[in-house]
Ligand binder design. Structure first.
Ligand code: PLP
Length: 339
């Protein structure tokens, strides 16, 4: 099977497994796992050293810890209507934290500064006040779209003027760095909190890191504990993340080239493809043809797995476990299945 449903399907390489097997471990609830510590420090350092890192089992938990640190129950978070935090986390912000979200539809999921300015509110006797803005870099439902640095800076300026915090859901921020060359520290300088994922394009089996101000760490550790995410000898997992950070970032350029190849092939075939910027390809199916679930089922029959991402929308995600010939074949199969 050629699996393009998500970059989460990547499996640890033999060398990564060896690094995991060799990891020095301890009880991380006691703060005694040296490999977890090394990972948390490495990620914090990579993004400029302004934050402290906390290892979490999932990206959802990393996002939710950040949201809870920035926004109290009954307060407001402003974000794009298709953001992972509001569209793919099962209502977690409301469930865990009573957080009200205020959303706006944005081109390819990237918040426009004018919209942000319109949405932020100070709050009064009747109106809940905005406490944080969340951006997603790269944007999943936007098709792996990348915020230009200038747009992020404009959002940051508006937030500063209103005394509002900014969180970055950077599950795929690695891809933004590869696509634009923007140093990680430039991103780190812009956000109060960030969530970055090790188990997607980077290929580790599990884990994310949430970056937060160091003085909030005791609160963040308690939140992680309450959510059931305080793990013991988690260094086994963290070692996979460390290995991936050292060896799997540069190679993401290949995944971007493969996404481009798929998109070009489908465009040649007359399909409506959202311009890929990183490793995601969105295909808008013609009204005249089969619906997305049917197209996905046909692809599966032919040995290719894709996601039905909407009634007439297909998502394909390139990653380290699919090579160029697999991507070419997948494009061929999808082109046939879509008519
Ligand atoms: C995958 C993803 C997450 C986190 O998902 P987990 O499956 O919990 O690791 C968060 N944000 C975005 C944009 C994602 O794509």
């Amino acid at each position: 099977m050629i699996d393009l449903r998500s970059d989460t399907v990547t499996r640890p390489t033999p060398a990564m497994r060896a690094a995991m097997a060799d990891a020095e471990v301890g009880d991380d609830v006691y703060g005694e796992d040296p490999t977890v510590r090394a990972l948390e420090d490495k990620v914090a350092g990579l993004f400029g050293g302004r934050h402290a890192g906390l290892f979490t089992p999932t990206g959802v938990m990393a996002n939710q810890i950040a949201v809870r640190l920035l926004v109290a129950p009954g307060e407001e978070l402003v974000l794009d209507a298709d953001a992972h935090i509001v569209a793919h986390e099962d209502g977690a912000a409301a469930w865990h934290g009573g957080v009200q979200t205020r959303t706006t539809l944005s081109p390819r999921g990237l918040l426009r500064p004018d919209d942000v300015a319109r949405l932020i509110r100070a709050g009064d006797q009747y109106t809940v006040g905005t406490k944080a803005i969340a951006v997603e870099q790269t944007h999943n439902r936007g098709g792996g779209s990348v915020y230009p640095l200038e747009q992020l800076r404009a959002v940051r300026e508006l937030a500063d003027a209103a005394d509002v915090a900014v969180h970055c859901d950077g599950a795929r921020i690695w891809h933004a760095h590869i696509a634009t060359g923007t140093p990680f520290a430039e991103y780190g300088a812009l956000f109060d909190t960030m969530a970055v994922c090790l188990s997607k394009g980077l290929g580790a089996p599990a884990g994310s890191v949430v970056l937060i101000p160091a003085e909030r760490m005791p609160e963040a550790r308690r939140m992680r504990h309450r959510m059931g995410g305080a793990m013991r000898q988690a260094g086994i997992l963290a070692a996979g993340g460390l290995y991936a950070l050292d060896r799997h970032i540069g190679r993401l350029a290949e995944d971007h080239a493969h996404a481009r190849l798929i998109a070009d092939r489908l465009t040649e075939d007359g399909l409506d493809v959202v311009e890929p910027e990183t490793n995601l390809v969105l295909v808008r199916l013609p009204e005249s043809g089969p619906a997305a679930v049917e197209v996905a089922a046909r692809c599966r029959e032919a040995g290719v797995l894709v996601s039905a991402f909407g009634p007439r929308l297909i998502r394909m995600v390139t990653h380290m476990d699919v090579d160029v010939s697999a991507c070419a074949k997948a494009a061929e199969v999808l082109a046939g299945a879509a008519r």
